[in-house]
Design a protein around this ligand. Structure first.
Ligand SMILES: *Cc1c(COP(=O)(O)O)cnc(C)c1O
Length: 218
């Protein structure tokens, strides 16, 4: 059995190796530890190993476990990676530093309203429904431009584009497509790649990978 610190180092090494193969600077890729369903002890172990970026997808769970950890540790950045209902925008703005699932203009309005109240302006990724799936979060491919412009016109910093490729299909073509759409809109950040496919995402331009299972389980 390996420790969380060992698994993290292995993943960082794999990210760096994939980046070098693609002639990219490994320093341009951030590892987000997806800590949904994981215990506070699991997170403390990763924080001790140097991990600073964490991703969550359930508001109540995140509200239950993070405030105590944040009180003990500086410089943690929390990423919201789940679907976001507009009525949770206030909680999201107060707890999270980055939101990866902006997929409609009404949500920008809700976030800006709450950000103004809280005096906190999280960076946002526009989430794209890259496989054009019925039930999936994310905006349609044709809506990306309008959403990117709406974020640029708002006080929320634009972090980039985010996507989750369809389950069961080879992910690389979808990563390449997201990178192409980002280039078309002059967007640099790309949140793509999870435990099973982060190496390919890095080779295709990911600037943030969201890894859970491979960090927390042997
Ligand atoms: C759970 C989750 C991940 C992490 O998935 P793993 O396969 O456990 O690495 C990444 N992104 C999103 C949006 C998730 O919900």
């Amino acid at each position: 059995m390996s420790s969380a610190a060992e698994r993290r180092q292995k993943i960082l090494d794999e990210i760096a190796a994939a980046a070098r193969l693609a002639r990219r600077d490994p320093g341009h890729i951030e590892l987000i530890a997806v800590s949904k369903t994981r215990s506070a002890e699991d997170m403390e172990a990763l924080i001790a190993a140097g991990q600073r970026d964490f991703g969550e997808s359930r508001v109540q769970e995140a509200l239950g476990k993070w405030p105590a950890i944040l009180a003990r540790h500086q410089a943690i950045r929390l990423h919201w990676i789940g679907r976001l209902q507009s009525n949770k925008a206030g909680e999201a703005v107060r707890l999270f530093d980055v939101i990866h699932s902006l997929d409609r203009t009404s949500l920008i309005e809700a976030l800006v309203r709450e950000a103004d109240k809280a005096g906190r302006f999280p960076a946002v990724y526009v989430q794209v429904n890259i496989g054009e799936e019925e039930q999936k979060g994310g905006c349609a491919l044709g809506e990306v431009g309008a959403l990117v412009e709406a974020v640029r016109a708002s006080p929320l910093p634009l972090a980039g584009l985010m996507a989750i490729p369809p389950l069961g299909l080879e992910p690389a073509p979808f990563f390449a497509l997201l990178a192409k759409i980002a280039r078309e809109h002059g967007v640099e950040g790309l949140s793509m790649g999870m435990s099973s496919d982060f190496r390919s995402a890095v080779m295709l331009g990911a600037t943030a990978v969201r890894v859970g299972t491979a960090l927390f389980e042997d």
